[in-house]
Design a protein around this ligand. Sequence first.
Ligand SMILES: Cc1cc2nc3c(=O)[nH]c(=O)nc-3n(C[C@H](O)[C@H](O)[C@H](O)COP(=O)(O)OP(=O)(O)OC[C@H]3O[C@@H](n4cnc5c(N)ncnc54)[C@H](O)[C@@H]3O)c2cc1C
Length: 453
Amino acid sequence: MADRIECDVAIIGGGPAGQAAALALAGRSLSLVVIDEQPRPGGQILRQPPARIAVRGWLQERSYRPLKQLLERFQALDGVQWLGGHSVIGLQSGSIIAMGPDGATTVAARHILIAAGCHDLAVPLPGWTLPGVSAAGGIQAFIKGQQLLVGKRVLLAGTHPLQLIIAAQIVAAGGSVAAVLFAQPRSAMIAALARHPAAALRRAPDLLATAGAVKTLARAGTPVRYGTSLEALTGTDRVSGAQTSGGAIDCDAVGLCYGFVPQSALPRMAGAQMAAAGPAGGWACKHDDFMRTTVPGLFAAGETTGVAGAAAAAAGGALAGIGIALDLGLISPDAAETAARQLRRDLAQHRAFAALLDDVADPTAYLPAPSADTIICRCEDVDQASIAVQLAHCQSANAIKLATRCGMGACQGRNCEPSLLRMIAAAGGPAQAGFTARFPARPVAIADLLPPQ
Ligand SMILES: Cc1cc2nc3c(=O)[nH]c(=O)nc-3n(C[C@H](O)[C@H](O)[C@H](O)COP(=O)(O)OP(=O)(O)OC[C@H]3O[C@@H](n4cnc5c(N)ncnc54)[C@H](O)[C@@H]3O)c2cc1C
């Protein structure tokens, strides 16, 4: 173990939620550490290029402006210790273990906020382990962070409208998109919109941004198809094509975009109560109206509490900051209530829009079917047939993990857990009991955890 830091507040995650919490706590004479595995703050939505790389026209779209302002205010804060390039691998009451380039650092804090964001839903289908196939968010991360294109002809497929934005970003970066495929018919998306008229009206600009992306794609001659599902990906050394319900498509990279799942390993490890998250699956951290979890001293905000977008993350983060200030005795209950009132209204409105998006993008009826030899757990190479054999005897995620090693590898089940739970549910078992979260949350060499010799 390299270092030990003691502080009043530690925030895990430098995205909009973590930034807003830090800003709410700023100037209150306390010691504050923000930890993030990315070297620079910004989170997923404002992934910054490495400091040495200048990216021309970095995230120029209008929708990113308010978040860029938040990021600028955060970066201008005095008195915040930024622990970038450090992955939190363990979390117990009041104590965090973070792995950085120089080994492990223990951060002991009176209050901890988990604002760890979300990740793409991993979707197993025949051929999905071929090089060139990734989550659509991963493709976007390369563009945001370094203007790198992952292929010459990228196919995007799934159910989530974010794939339109990502496709337009690929085109704007000079790339070519073979097609954008929505598995659901357009009529299903319109019907879902109509079920949430108030949220649709209130967030019309966000919907228009998606329409703008469709226009960009039309100008580039990129087909956008609805009701077209992905059946298999083909290729030898690398993906070279896709079989879809609408025929074969040539491509050399594929981004799967079926939704997002909260990063839940840390609150689960800390023993916080969780609830089933949106239709894409996963677990959201339960909280009260100051974002306190069920574990004393532990707060949660942003996508860790359910995937609801960056504006919701910022509102939740600010609420958590106020809650922590209240619990530290730095503000009065009256002042906290006054400061929280508008934020709670904002959060509720953003979550109403998230419910609309969940409905529009709901992947459950449209997920591709894995075949018997499709790998479900990529870390441990466990295929669907091996899991199916065990499902005949037991329907507990932990028992299947022990029997097959599904979920026991480097990602600790982050990718395979939703697929396994869907298989358990299809076999009539309980889909609401996932893996027990285990230390470490990220892969680490044993030597890095031992005291120096
Ligand atoms: C790949 C990806 C791309 C996205 N792109 C868009 C987009 O273009 N537009 C849009 O509207 N929404 C996008 N989203 C959704 C978006 O992430 C959120 O709406 C918003 O960024 C949430 O803010 P947050 O603060 O909750 O989380 P984030 O912005 O994700 O911030 C969480 C931070 O926590 C850090 N972290 C997580 N786990 C650990 C750990 N164990 N140790 C240390 N640090 C950790 C992460 O590195 C990250 O910087 C994307 C999501 C993903 C996963």
